[in-house]
Design a protein around this ligand. Structure first.
Ligand code: PBG
Length: 333
């Protein structure tokens, strides 16, 4: 970072370059574009259903046919990728989580349907056991412990099945050790050399995931918290170790999650590794902006655009955001 001495006032008047919209555009350092967006969407059973998620105003759980419509809408708006999250029927949740690698589970049905419809959009998946787990955890639980290596075996089966069903970008969000390497070698062995991995590498044990757990129906089941596998929000160096580890194991892209309270992490990651870096503006961040906007306390559209621009300024190449279609429409207008 070059430091230069600045002329004193009034030789330097910093407001000169802020005086009009044209000049401000000329000196603007970062931009937000539709190409920066990944849209997380929730899949549920049934047909022709769009069920509102009460803690996430404007977000719905969609049946597979509606998911196809949503994917088409996203593609038409120029959004490069969507990310699928299933709301699994509670009767399909077990302690061994087999539904996670069922070729006909909701996530696999949805990605197949999008590909079969010939829609030009990248599909990202979620690799973790929580939507399928009677215990609500991302890993297999035994005697109150989240088992690492047994979970990784399950995640590998889940990831390979997702690749078979058309997923382009595998998104491990579970925070088990060794899963990126295990998934990468399984993908190579099964003939999916081009399937990408966007690792949730620096994922924190955060209170901001609350509304998401409602959306996928995992809040009721969850016993305890996720702090034995997700990261301590007090840590920063540890995030760099996680990113390094996942890159070494074969991740193509990395993620910091949550987003806005962790912009310092985003910046360190991008500065240190210079790899494709993403942030997840999570459900709680979305809910806070929407709730304040609904109360008339903030301007929702401006807060949305500002929050997303901040990710770009921090060095992110893109953002997973529930605002994706709304932003895309505004950027188009
Ligand atoms: C779990 C998962 C979570 C999110 C994405 N994948 C929740 C959690 O870790 O409990 C959160 C996304 C959000 O809050 O928007 N595998």
């Amino acid at each position: 970072m070059p430091h230069h001495t600045q002329a004193p006032f009034p030789t330097a008047r910093h407001r000169r370059t802020r005086q009009s919209a044209q000049i401000r555009a000329l000196v603007q350092e970062n931009t937000l574009s539709v190409g920066d967006l990944i849209w997380p969407i929730f899949v549920r059973d049934g047909e022709s259903i769009a069920e509102p998620v009460s803690s996430m105003p404007g977000v719905h759980r969609l049946s597979v046919d509606k998911i196809v419509d949503a994917a088409r809408e996203a593609a038409d708006l120029g959004i490069p990728a969507i990310c699928l999250f299933p709301y699994t029927d509670p009767t399909l949740k077990t302690e061994t989580c087999e539904e996670a690698w069922n070729p006909d589970n909701l996530s696999n049905r949805a990605s197949r349907a999008i590909k079969d419809a010939g829609i030009n959009i990248a599909i990202m998946s979620d690799v973790a056991l929580d939507p399928y787990n009677a215990n609500g955890h991302d890993g297999i639980v035994k005697d109150g412990k989240i088992l690492n290596d047994e979970t990784v075996e399950a995640l590998v089966k889940q990831a390979v099945e997702q690749a078979r069903n058309g997923v382009d970008i595998i998104g491990p969000s579970d925070m088990m050790d060794g899963r990126i390497g295990a998934i990468r070698s399984a993908l190579e062995a099964e003939g999916f050399a081009d399937t990408m991995i966007l690792s949730y590498s620096a994922k924190y044990a955060s209170a901001f995931y609350g509304p998401f757990r409602d959306a996928v129906g995992a809040s009721g089941a969850l016993k305890g918290d996720k702090s034995t596998y997700q990261m301590n929000p007090a840590n920063s160096d540890e995030a760099l170790r996680m990113i390094q580890r996942d890159l070494n194991e074969g991740a193509d892209m990395v993620m910091v999650k949550p987003g806005m309270p962790y912009l310092d992490i985003c910046q360190r990651v991008k500065d240190t590794f210079a790899v494709p870096t993403y942030a997840y503006q999570v459900s709680g961040e979305y809910a806070m902006i929407q709730a304040a906007a609904q109360n008339g306390w903030i301007d929702g559209e401006k807060a949305m655009l500002e929050s997303l621009m901040c990710f770009k300024r921090a060095g992110c190449d893109g953002v997973l955001t529930y605002f994706a279609p709304a932003v895309a429409r505004m950027l188009q207008a």
